[in-house]
Design a protein around this ligand. Structure first.
Ligand SMILES: *[C@@H]1O[C@H](CO)[C@@H](O)[C@H](O)[C@H]1NC(C)=O
Ligand SMILES: *[C@@H]1O[C@H](CO)[C@@H](O)[C@H](O)[C@H]1NC(C)=O
Ligand SMILES: *[C@@H]1O[C@H](CO)[C@@H](O)[C@H](O)[C@H]1NC(C)=O
Ligand SMILES: *[C@@H]1O[C@H](CO)[C@@H](O)[C@H](O)[C@H]1NC(C)=O
Ligand SMILES: *[C@@H]1O[C@H](CO)[C@@H](O)[C@H](O)[C@H]1NC(C)=O
Ligand SMILES: *[C@@H]1O[C@H](CO)[C@@H](O)[C@H](O)[C@H]1NC(C)=O
Ligand SMILES: *[C@@H]1O[C@H](CO)[C@@H](O)[C@H](O)[C@H]1NC(C)=O
Ligand SMILES: CC(=O)N[C@H]1CO[C@H](CO)[C@@H](O)[C@@H]1O
Length: 493
């Protein structure tokens, strides 16, 4: 001790140790208290930022039973969703639909000033309820509400802005859409049907319809002019379609229909475009409904340019390739716009017989004399990505998005013509060329630098000190070296 010049007597040590323990205990105490007292309402002035040490969910508001919580849910490592969470199952029942990604960073802030606002200093307001309320409250059915205190008016509720999930007794109206978490698929209501749409072409809205469930009207009929329909997930175990009153115009019953289920129910539009129903047993969710039961009937079960054989699974439209994750083709042919720009209108053609669209009954078509006529119509039209033709009916279906999964059928007179954007090969050549050019350039620059330096040194032998001080002789050489290294780095990417 003396050697280091420090003098501690035993009293100092005890003081230090005690204060250390007090600090630890108070820290532990405050974090334990924080965890156990998630508030049941948020009032004006509330502010929260994501805690960097939370790895999954940071609760901010709880319902009266402690079953649900509003909080920050960590997604993709460093992003967040403002979500309503079922705590026991860690299932997200609702999330705020922000236009872009929200970072799990100290700068991201949720506050309540009458509106519940999610903001970030870089982009400003990311999401807001745009209300002038007094408190934020979470119902025991997972409905997040903004209320006015005096007349208990509800100014805003999450049930009016569903994400991908509906819970029991939530009213789904024709003004709403249920959208899958990947943004590809949506469920919407028509005048007398539930429609499911795929956004395979980002320029179209709502996109390609792939499933249409029309009301059966067994118990009550839809009356024109009596207003739009709405859909409610009923506690009895069915998806009920209603127009007026409580007699359904359509009932889609689940496997657990009219069984005594004590737990809650939910339906969700899945990332594969299916709609599934679940009930909670107290420890897990059980699937008791699927809108599409045959995987080949899903809009893209085998990914882009995939082929689904009922009962057998996935292969590729081009039988020389094997399916890889996300489909059978390079990313240039994944969902994107048209082939109308000059550079894009270079493609190769793929043909396959014995194939058809899983949702062809919902597609528009043109009648044509032959497959050649159908192919030509698609070939001459840069918004067309492919065409399917049935020789027996003469129907020609043209698609304005990259091919998704087709279904294999025994009938070889059902034929397809598909465009494949040529990108992958070109890109590889480009990379090699870039690397070569980069190396050449780098070498020339280094050589130039060395010669320059050599020349400079020869010329300035007499005034060496002056050059070094100004850094003229050395600086450019270093810069050139760094630049050439950077160009190599870029090329290797
Ligand atoms: C709450 O904050 C947002 C974002 O800063 C602002 O646009 C809004 O006007 C504020 N609302 C009230 C009631 O102050
Ligand atoms: C949920 O809250 C309502 C009143 O808002 C109450 O009638 C009902 O019993 C509560 N349910 C549960 C399971 O606590
Ligand atoms: C559901 O919403 C529709 C349209 O807003 C409305 O007419 C209907 O009464 C609502 N039903 C229930 C049970 O809340
Ligand atoms: C379901 O429960 C109700 C009362 O909780 C009871 O009257 C009914 O018989 C039960 N039904 C079945 C199928 O168990
Ligand atoms: C692939 O398909 C082509 C044309 O549809 C056919 O001629 C060829 O025999 C097939 N090859 C294999 C390995 O199945
Ligand atoms: C298509 O149908 C026509 C008559 O409708 C027939 O002549 C022709 O052979 C058929 N082509 C194929 C490939 O089956
Ligand atoms: C081109 O194809 C699209 C569908 O892909 C279709 O809507 C459009 O009418 C076609 N244009 C012409 C000129 O045929
Ligand atoms: C749906 C759900 O999780 N319900 C639970 C809510 O909390 C009570 C106890 O507080 C449980 O009994 C419910 O199962």
């Amino acid at each position: 001790m003396d050697g280091f010049g420090l003098h501690f007597n035993s009293g100092n040590w005890i003081l230090l140790l005690t204060s250390f323990f007090v600090l630890c205990i108070s820290n532990w105490w405050s974090s334990a208290a924080e965890a156990s007292t998630v508030p049941q309402e948020l009032l004006k002035g509330f502010k929260a930022t994501p805690n960097p040490s939370v790895s999954s969910f940071q609760p901010l508001l709880s319902d009266s039973n402690g079953n649900y919580s509003l909080g920050f849910l960590r997604v993709n490592k460093n992003q967040l969703n403002l979500a309503v969470y079922h705590i026991q199952s860690s299932e997200q029942l609702w999330y705020a639909r922000t236009p872009g990604l929200t970072r799990w960073a100290h700068s991201t802030e949720l506050f309540f000033n009458g509106s519940l606002v999610l903001s970030d200093p870089h982009t400003g307001v990311l999401w807001s309820t745009q209300t002038d309320g007094d408190r934020v409250w979470l119902s025991n059915t997972s409905n997040l509400q903004l209320q006015k205190l005096d007349e208990v008016a509800i100014l805003w509720q999450s049930f009016d802005f569903p994400s991908d999930t509906l819970v029991e007794n939530q009213n789904f109206t024709s003004a709403m859409a249920l959208v899958s978490s990947n943004g590809l698929y949506s469920m919407r209501l028509g005048s007398d049907f539930i429609g499911f749409y795929a956004k395979f072409n980002p320029g179209t809205d709502p996109g390609q319809i792939y499933l249409k469930h029309k009301a059966l009207e067994a118990k009550a009929a839809i009356v024109k002019g009596q207003g739009p329909i709405h859909v409610i997930l009923m506690s009895d175990g069915y998806l009920g379609m209603f127009q007026t009153g409580s007699t359904p115009v359509d009932v889609q019953s689940f496997n657990s229909f009219q069984q005594n289920i004590s737990g809650i129910r939910r339906v969700r539009i899945e990332p594969d475009g299916n709609l599934k129903g679940y009930f909670w047993t107290g420890s897990s969710w059980i699937v008791d409904y699927q809108a599409i039961s045959d995987p080949c009937e899903l809009p893209s079960s085998c990914g882009s340019y995939g082929l689904c054989r009922p009962g057998e699974g996935c292969s590729c439209l081009d039988n020389r390739t094997e399916p890889i994750s996300g489909g059978c083709v390079s990313s240039e042919n994944h969902i994107s716009g048209d082939l109308c720009r000059a550079y894009d209108n270079k493609y190769k053609v793929l043909r396959r017989s014995g194939v058809e669209l899983p949702y062809k009954k919902l597609m528009g078509y043109k009648k044509m004399e032959s497959i050649t006529q159908c192919e030509n119509a698609c070939e001459l039209n840069c918004t067309c990505w492919g065409a399917l033709y049935s020789n027996s009916s003469g129907f020609c279906y043209m698609l304005d998005y990259p091919m998704q999964t087709l279904v294999a059928v025994g009938d070889e007179t059902k034929m397809g013509f598909f465009k494949l954007r040529e990108g992958a090969g070109k890109k590889k050549v480009g990379t090699w060329l870039g690397l070569g050019l980069g190396l050449l350039f780098g070498a020339i620059l280094i050589l130039g630098g060395v010669i320059g330096l050599f020349w400079y040194k020869l010329r300035n032998r007499g005034v060496k000190g002056y050059v070094d001080e100004e850094g003229i002789g050395v600086g450019p050489y270093k810069d050139l070296g760094a630049a050439s290294f950077r160009s190599i780095e870029l090329c290797e990417r």
